[in-house]
Design a protein. Structure first.
Length: 256
C-alpha cells in the first residue's frame, strides 16, 4: 500500500495512508481503540457514511491483511459521537498537528517507528545475502534513493517504497531460455548474474579476432601518425617531397 504512515498518539499508534488525491485515511481499529469503542464494526455501521470507507492491505505481525480505513469526515463523526474524555484531546491532535502538517507539505513528516527501522535492517541484510553485496553498498543505495544520511531518517510515508526498493534490487535478472534463438549479453560478477540483455542486431566476433582487429587498428594509427610527422604536418607543410623515407617503405611495416 502506498504512503502508509504510523502516527504516534500518546502510547497508541494510528495507521493511516494518503490516497492519490492527498486525502488522509485512518485505520478504524486504531481510532476505535483510542476512543474506546469496543466494537469497531458496530461503530462503523452506526456512525460512518459508506462513501468514506475503504479497505487496504496493511502489514501486520501476521502478514498483510485487508483492513478498514475511514476518511476525515467519518473520523469526526466517531469523535463527535464518542462520550469518552479521550475524544477531545484526540480531536485536538488531529486538527492542530496532523492535518495542518499534511495541508502545508502534502505529507505528515513522521520518521520510522522502531518496528519499521527493524524491518528496514532485516531487508538490507536479506538484500546483501542474495546479491552478495556488502551491507555498506546496500545502505548507500538506500540513502541515495531517499536522499537521507541514514535509514532512520526515512519518512514513515516512504516506508513501503523503501521496502519495495530493497526487495526489487535483490532480484537477479532471469537467464535467457536456452532454447530461444538469439545473441545474449550476460554479465557475471562475484558468481552472480548482474545483467542480461538481448543483443540481436549487433555483430558478435570471437575474442581472438577482436584482439587481432584491435592490434591492426593500433598499427594503422601508428602508421598515420608517422606519416604525418614525416610530411611535416605539424609545421604546416604537407608535401610528398618532404618525406624522409618513401611511402612504399613505410606501408608494409604498418599495414597487415
Amino acid at each position: 500500500m502506498q504512503n502508509l504512515s504510523i502516527f504516534n498518539y500518546n502510547q497508541s499508534s494510528v495507521r493511516t495512508f494518503l490516497d492519490k488525491n492527498n486525502e488522509l485515511w485512518f485505520l478504524i481499529n486504531d481510532v476505535c481503540a483510542i476512543l474506546d469503542y469496543k466494537n469497531p464494526h458496530r461503530a462503523l455501521n452506526l456512525h460512518c457514511k459508506p462513501k468514506g470507507i475503504t479497505k487496504r492491505y496493511t502489514p501486520t505481525k501476521g502478514g498483510k491483511q485487508e483492513m478498514v480505513y475511514i476518511n476525515e469526515p467519518n473520523l469526526y463523526r466517531l469523535i463527535i459521537k464518542c462520550q469518552k474524555p479521550e475524544a477531545e484531546p484526540f480531536e485536538t491532535w488531529v486538527m492542530e498537528e496532523v492535518l495542518p502538517s499534511i495541508r502545508k507539505t502534502g505529507s505528515y513528516s513522521l520518521t520510522l517507528t522502531t518496528e519499521q527501522q527493524y524491518q528496514i535492517k532485516e531487508a538490507v541484510h536479506a538484500n546483501a545475502a542474495k546479491t552478495h553485496r556488502r551491507f555498506f553498498a546496500v545502505y548507500k543505495s538506500l540513502y541515495a534513493k531517499f536522499n537521507v544520511p541514514r535509514y532512520q531518517d526515512i519518512l514513515a510515508k516512504d516506508f513501503d517504497d523503501a521496502m519495495l526498493f530493497l526487495e526489487a534490487s535483490d532480484k537477479q535478472p532471469a537467464l535467457p531460455n536456452l532454447d530461444q534463438n538469439g545473441r545474449w549479453l550476460v554479465i557475471v560478477k562475484n558468481n552472480t548474474v548482474t545483467h542480461v540483455e538481448n543483443i540481436n542486431g549487433y555483430n558478435c566476433i570471437n575474442a581472438d579476432v577482436f584482439k587481432k582487429l584491435r592490434m591492426q587498428t593500433k598499427q594503422q594509427a601508428e602508421y598515420l601518425l608517422e606519416l604525418a610527422k614525416r610530411m611535416r604536418v605539424i609545421d604546416g607543410e604537407c608535401s610528398n617531397s618532404r618525406l624522409d623515407v618513401s611511402i612504399e617503405e613505410l606501408h608494409p611495416k604498418f599495414i597487415i
